[in-house]
Design a protein around this ligand. Structure first.
Ligand SMILES: [Ca+2]
Ligand SMILES: [Ca+2]
Ligand SMILES: [Ca+2]
Ligand SMILES: [Ca+2]
Length: 324
């Protein structure tokens, strides 16, 4: 309702009363949930209503009411809205006399929907600059809600969320490259299967911790999988270093020891290490050390199954090569 004050007192111009109000979400969305776009035509005659929706919860125009005040309410099922920012426009029209052009006023609000954790996805890990050991680990905000991202490389799998959050700092903060793309540049990347723990934040402070495994990087630092200490040699000390990692029960991690690329150091990595050392041309001392490792940790097959398979009792040859 519009009131005009003056020396003659106050009078009401009923043609200034609201006559209709409509609602629009973003660029047009079935915000009233009736299953249709209420004003789908973009024809010139419909141009000011295109993409708008009727208020269905309460739709009480001011024109013709005793007070002149209109009330419009729409209950919206927010579970049907995507994560992040949405733009609401309520448009109210004045009652127009015949032949008058439309007069309306917009009322705008920005809302933020945050029901879910912000989800990121691995994008790429390409060389950055001239050094082949410098890589740019890039991650994309898949729901478009990330406003910052931290990338922590090669953390062991057993860290708790609170332990990971305690490591968040400027040294692992990524750069925002594009609207939904973040990059983290790291030096001295060894040849191996890297793991990135990504902590994504959105503007509400809601966060998500994701672990991306098996990010294979081929670099000049180390011979790759099995060269645990990345000194460009396969040696007995690699076998010893692997054993320590294996025995840590994933409280430690090294990209050179995760032969399977699952972010864990497990028995299948220990078994695969033999092939890596053999094909990598490890010397006999190293292969002998590996044989001891294999004999120590790879369980012998059960006697019963041997009986069934072989028909006689024979201890399995404890040579790692045929088992591969
Ligand atoms: Ca609708
Ligand atoms: Ca969210
Ligand atoms: Ca080595
Ligand atoms: Ca593994």
């Amino acid at each position: 309702m519009t009131l005009y004050g003056g020396s003659l007192g106050t009078f009401r111009d009923i043609y200034a009363d609201g006559d209709q109000a409509l609602l629009k979400l973003d660029d047009g969305h079935d915000v009233n949930g009736n299953g249709v776009a209420d004003y789908p035509s973009s024809a010139p005659s419909n141009a000011t209503r295109y993409g708008f929706e009727n208020f269905l919860t309460v739709n009480s125009p001011g024109y013709g009411s005793s007070s002149g005040n209109g009330t419009y309410i729409q209950t919206v099922d927010a579970t049907q809205l995507s994560e992040g920012y949405h733009y609401i426009t309520a448009r109210a029209w004045r009652k127009a006399r015949p032949g008058e052009s439309e007069v309306y006023t917009d009322f705008r609000r920005v809302i933020y929907i945050d029901r879910l954790k912000p989800v990121s996805g691995f994008d790429s890990a390409d060389q950055y600059g001239v050094a082949d050991t410098t890589r740019d680990f890039r991650f994309q905000s898949l729901d478009g809600t990330a406003n910052s991202m931290h990338v922590l490389l090669n953390l062991p799998a057993t860290l708790t969320d609170s332990q990971i959050l305690s490591l968040i700092g400027i040294s692992n903060k990524s750069e925002q490259i594009d609207r939904d793309l973040f990059g983290y540049i790291a030096n001295n990347i060894v040849d191996g299967n890297h793991v990135a723990t990504v902590v994504t934040y959105e503007i509400t402070g809601n966060y998500n911790i994701q672990r991306f495994t098996g990010i294979r990087q081929i670099t000049s630092l180390g011979l790759g999988l099995g060269d645990i200490d990345a000194n460009n040699l396969f040696q007995v000390q690699d076998v010893n270093a692997f054993e320590l990692l294996y025995l840590s029960n994933n409280t430690q991690f090294a990209p050179t020891a995760d032969l399977t690329g699952d972010g864990l150091i497990l028995l299948d990595d220990l078994i695969a290490l033999g092939t890596a050392l053999q094909t990598g041309g490890a010397d006999q001392a190293t292969l002998d050390a590996y044989q001891v490792l294999y004999n120590t940790y790879v369980p012998e097959p059960g006697w019963i199954s041997l009986l069934i398979l072989g028909g006689w009792l024979l201890r399995r040859r404890r040579d790692f090569v045929p088992a591969l």
